[in-house]
Write a protein of this length. Sequence first.
Length: 159
Amino acid sequence: MSEPQTITAFYEKDHDRLDELFKTFQASKGSDLAKAKEAFKEFKIGLQRHIVWEEELLFPIWEDKTGMVEDGPTPMMRHEHSQIKQLLDAIHHKIEGQNLDTDRDEQALVQLLGSHNRKEERALYPAIDNVISPDECVKIFSDMKNIPEDQYNACCSQH
């Protein structure tokens, strides 16, 4: 994992990477199921990891620095993360059962992620960059590498 200079730059890049994986899943599910499943697996694990990074590292430092715990943006982000996880699980369970009728769930996920990511990229990440020191930023990137895989890698044993 290379370390960009800002939280915003890193997390935007990860959003883009995840978006591409999901597009690969969508484009290949009708023609190459193995490729679609692999793309979805990588997407799901990556998105779960992204959420853990935010909830375990970014949100707490934001709340600590600003005092915005219940009245700030992070409670809404956590709520949306819960909705995102539900949609991920719904798609995962259908694919696991060889049911490719996931269009409705996919559409809901794309809409939710689009709105969620815009709020993070336009407001929350830049705000976090403004309240943390360069040393704290380095520590966040270091801590991201040390989160145990079992906290986010709950996917896709055998499809």
